[in-house]
Design a protein. Structure first.
Ligand code: BV8
Ligand code: ZN
Length: 244
């Protein structure tokens, strides 16, 4: 039986499935990945700007980067990989854990979605008045960056409601993701497996007895730890699996 057929059979037989996704799942939709060649903006890497220190130092610059990403993402549609994962998520026992902040899983209709790093379409109060994660989908107007968004409650600075490097994940999300590591089948799809704690989930699932699979065109630090690696693009491999 070939590898895809074997995995398709496992998917059909699994009582519980968890899918962990990274930026590679949105690549076919046109969303820049973080560590790919398109991950840079001007002379900055994501790690330079996705931090509270960068925002403290220059909120306007960080907001320009997020406005640029929002503008790009607003023109993207969920791709075949999102649609297959959304279909699987309708099954009892299937959970989806995403590191992506583009909300394309939500737009594809995914149920039981755990968003580890928040959403680029939500904002929180930087001045910590407590106003959190309100939706704001305003776009760039005529190519000029947004005026820095303000908090509707205290008129302080608003920040993107995402988890920056050096910030703790929401405990409820982290616990839900860890709980999802107890499953028959764990698929890690389209992530470079370098950002923790998300990067440790495949190993945790294996430790808990899951059959673990990586779907990625490239090798990653997780490749040696999983039971099965499928070298391919999510938007091609997932539809093939769903047809088995
Ligand atoms: C935490 C949201 C602790 C923002 C993101 C020093 C100080 C503090 C912390 C640390 C430190 N050193 C290390 C850490 C931990 C740090 C970390 O892991 N750093 C790394 C860089 C070493 N982690 C953190 O800081 C986390 N918090 O540790 O808190 C703590 C505890 C208590 C109190 C205080 C603190 C928070 C990490 C979250 C960072 N936020 N995003 C935003 O988006 O603006 S991370 C960002 O990168 C993304 O969200 C994504 O989650 C993450 C990983 O990227 P990927 O999704 O994997 O994308 P990437 O481009 O890397 O790879 C794409 C993959 O797809 C590739 O493998 C490619 O081959 C593949 N691909 C391409 N095309 C396809 C494909 N696959 C399939 N199909 C295709 N077509
Ligand atoms: Zn406020």
């Amino acid at each position: 039986m070939n590898v895809l057929a074997e995995l398709g059979d496992r998917i059909a037989r699994a009582r519980t499935i968890t899918v962990l996704t990274g930026a590679g799942v949105s690549a076919a939709s046109g969303v820049p990945t973080f560590r790919g060649k398109d991950g840079w903006w001007r002379q900055f890497r994501p790690e330079d700007l996705a931090t509270a220190e960068a925002f403290q130092r220059d909120p306007a610059l960080v907001w320009e980067w997020y406005a640029w990403r929002r503008e790009k993402i607003a023109r993207c549609e969920p791709n075949a990989a999102h649609h297959v994962i959304a279909q699987w998520s309708q099954r009892e026992g299937c959970r989806v854990v995403t590191q992506n902040v583009d909300d394309l899983h939500l737009r594809a209709g995914t149920r039981n979605l755990i968003r580890l790093h928040g959403s680029i379409w939500e904002m929180s109060c930087w001045d910590a008045c407590g106003q959190r994660a309100w939706r704001d989908e305003r776009r760039l107007d005529a190519g000029r960056p947004l005026p820095i968004p303000r908090c509707p409650a205290c008129d302080g600075l608003a920040r993107p409601a995402v988890i920056w490097f050096g910030e703790a994940l929401e405990p409820a999300d982290l616990y839900a993701a860890l709980d999802a590591c107890t499953c028959d089948l764990f698929l890690t799809v389209g992530t470079s497996a370098v950002v923790y704690p998300a990067a440790g989930l495949a190993r945790e699932a294996k430790r808990r007895g899951s059959f673990t699979v990586e779907i990625n065109p490239d090798e990653t630090p997780a490749s040696a730890a999983v039971d099965l690696t499928i070298r391919g693009a999510a938007e091609r491999v997932l539809p093939d699996l769903s047809r088995i």
